[in-house]
Design a protein around this ligand. Structure first.
Ligand SMILES: Cc1ncc(COP(=O)(O)O)c(C=O)c1O
Length: 451
C-alpha cells in the first residue's frame, strides 16, 4: 500500500512530474489487467491515489484537474471535509443494519429531505410543517438503492405494479444501467446488449429529444403497434447523458407529460446523471417545470458513496411490504454522506454549477470559433459537451479519443460520451481559475493537433 502525506494540500492546477503513466501507475495497471474483468472501459491509465476538490493525485505524485468527477459523481468535490466528517461520525456509530428490516434515523432524515424537494405536486392538507414533523405530508415517498441501475430496475417494477400494465417506452441513446431491466431500457451502444439476450420484452425505443419522435409515437406507434392503454411508463432522461449530453427540443418533456396524462401512463425521469445539482437545479427536469411521477437518482447523491433513490408520488408508491426491498440500499453511512451533500449543494454549490457552467460554455464557444473541429457547446450548469467533427462536419470519434489522451498527458481528465462528444462534468466545487485552466489545456491540445 502506498502511503501519501495527505496533510499537504494538492495544488489547484495540474502538475505532472513523471512521464505518464508513471512507474507505480504502470505496475498497478499491469496487476489490474491480470485480474479484473476485461469488460471495464478505461480511456487512459490514470491510477488515482487521492482527491481533493477538483484535483486528483495519482500514485506517482502527478496532479490532475478532474473534469469527470468520477463519471459525474463527486458532486461536492473529492473528499469534501464536511462529507468526510459526516461519514466518519456515522461510521463510528453504525455501519449497517439494513433499512429493509429495521429503522435508523439517517435513512428517514434523508428520505424526508429528498421528498420535500421532489418536483411533484404538493399535497393539499395538512400544510407542510417542516422536515421531521410527524404530521408532515410529503409530496413523495422514497425507496433507497445502491446505484443508478438499481433505481431504474425498481422504477420499472413500481410502474408495472401500480399500473398493472407491462409495456415501456424508452429512447434511443438512453443509458439507464446494466442490470437486465435497466439494460433493456438502455439504447446507447450495441456492445452493452450484444450476447446478453433475451432482454425484457415490451420495451420500445424511439429517437430522443425531438417533436418528430413524439409525432411518430402518437401517430404511428399508438395507432399500429403499441396500444397506449397497455403502456406502464415512458422513461426519459431530462438531459440525455451517455448519449451525448443532449438537451431536448423545447416542449419535448412537456409533451411527454401530456401524452402520459392523456393515456394514464407514468412519466419516469432518470436523473441519475443530470440530478443532484449538476445542472444548477437539484433535478434537471426543474428547468422545464415538468412534474414527473417517478424520479430515479444515484451518482452525485452521496458525493461518492454508493447510494441511489427512487422518488415517487405517494399515491403511486403503494407496493405492499416485501414486494421490493434490499439489504444494503440506504446504508446509514451513505445516507449521512447524502445529507451533508444536500446541505452543501444548497448552500452554494448549485449556484456555482450555474455560474461555472456559463463560464465553461462561453470559453468553449470561443474555442469552437477558433477550431472548426469542435461544435458549439450544449448543456446546462456543469453538464456540458461539445462534439468533435471532421472536415465535412461529420462526427469524428478518433479525434475525440486523441484529445482525451492528449489532455490526460497535460493533466486534464476528460470523458467522452455520445458518438464523438467530450463531456465536462466536473465536481460542482470547481472554480473559475480551474475552468480557465481546462479551457487553456484544451486550446493547447487543439492547436497542436491542428499544426
Ligand atoms: C442516466 C443514467 N442512468 C443510469 C445509470 C446507471 O447508473 P449506475 O452505473 O450507478 O448503475 C447511468 C450511469 O451512467 C446514467 O448515466
Amino acid at each position: 500500500m502506498l502511503s501519501i502525506p495527505i496533510d499537504i494540500a494538492l495544488p489547484r492546477s495540474p502538475h505532472i512530474v513523471t512521464s505518464l503513466p508513471g512507474p507505480r501507475a504502470k505496475a498497478i495497471v499491469e496487476r489490474d489487467r491480470a485480474v479484473t474483468s476485461p469488460s471495464y472501459t478505461r480511456d487512459y491509465p490514470l491510477v488515482v491515489a487521492r482527491g481533493e476538490g477538483s484535483m486528483v493525485e495519482d500514485v506517482d505524485g502527478n496532479v490532475f484537474l478532474d473534469m469527470t468527477a468520477g463519471i459525474a459523481v463527486t458532486a461536492t468535490g473529492h473528499a469534501h471535509p464536511e462529507v468526510v466528517q459526516a461519514i466518519q461520525e456515522q461510521a463510528a456509530m453504525l455501519l449497517h443494519m439494513s433499512g429493509t428490516d429495521f429503522y435508523y434515523e439517517p435513512m428517514v432524515e434523508l428520505a424526508e429531505k429528498l421528498a420535500i424537494r421532489a418536483p411533484f405536486p404538493p399535497l393539499p392538507s395538512p400544510p407542510l410543517q417542516g422536515e421531521g414533523s410527524r404530521k408532515t405530508l410529503f409530496p413523495a415517498r422514497v425507496f433507497f438503492s445502491n446505484s443508478g441501475t438499481e433505481s431504474n430496475e425498481g422504477a420499472i417494477k413500481l410502474a408495472r405494479y401500480y399500473t398493472g400494465r407491462s409495456l415501456i417506452v424508452a429512447f434511443l441513446g438512453a443509458f439507464h444501467g446494466r442490470t437486465y431491466g435497466a439494460m433493456s431500457l438502455t439504447g446507447s451502444k450495441t456492445v452493452q446488449r450484444a450476447n446478453f439476450g433475451p432482454l425484457l420484452p415490451g420495451v420500445t425505443h424511439i429517437p430522443y429529444g425531438t417533436h418528430a419522435s413524439l409525432d411518430y409515437l402518437e401517430k404511428q406507434l399508438f395507432t399500429t403497434m403499441l396500444p397506449p392503454q397497455e403502456i406502464a411508463a415512458i422513461i426519459v432522461e431530462a438531459i440525455q447523458g451517455e448519449g451525448g449530453y443532449i438537451v431536448p427540443e423545447d416542449g419535448f418533456l412537456e409533451r411527454i407529460r401530456e401524452i402520459c396524462d392523456r393515456h394514464n401512463i407514468l412519466m419516469i425521469v432518470d436523473e441519475v446523471q443530470s440530478g443532484m445539482g449538476r445542472t444548477g437545479r437539484l433535478f434537471a427536469i426543474e428547468h422545464w417545470g415538468v412534474m414527473p411521477d417517478i424520479i430515479t437518482t444515484a451518482k452525485g447523491i452521496a458525493s461518492g458513496l454508493p447510494l441511489g433513490a427512487i422518488l415517487a408520488r405517494p399515491e403511486i408508491m403503494t407496493w405492499q411490504p416485501g414486494s421490493h426491498a434490499t439489504t444494503f440500499g440506504g446504508n446509514p453511512v451513505a445516507c449521512a454522506a447524502a445529507i451533508a451533500t444536500l446541505r452543501l449543494l444548497e448552500s452554494g454549490l448549485m449556484a456555482n454549477a450555474t455560474q461555472m457552467g456559463e463560464l465553461l460554455q462561453a470559453g468553449l464557444h470561443r474555442l469552437s470559433q477558433q477550431f472548426p473541429q469542435i461544435s458549439l457547446p450544449r448543456g446546462k450548469g456543469l453538464m456540458v459537451a461539445v462534439d468533435l467533427l471532421d472536415d465535412e462536419g461529420k462526427f469524428n470519434p478518433q479525434l475525440r479519443d486523441r484529445i482525451l489522451q492528449e489532455a490526460f498527458l497535460r493533466g486534464l481528465l476528460l470523458l467522452g460520451c455520445g458518438k464523438a462528444a467530450i463531456r465536462f462534468c466536473p465536481p460542482l466545487v470547481i472554480d473559475s481559475h480551474q475552468i480557465q485552466t481546462a479551457l487553456q489545456i484544451l486550446f493547447e491540445v487543439l492547436a497542436e493537433i491542428q499544426s
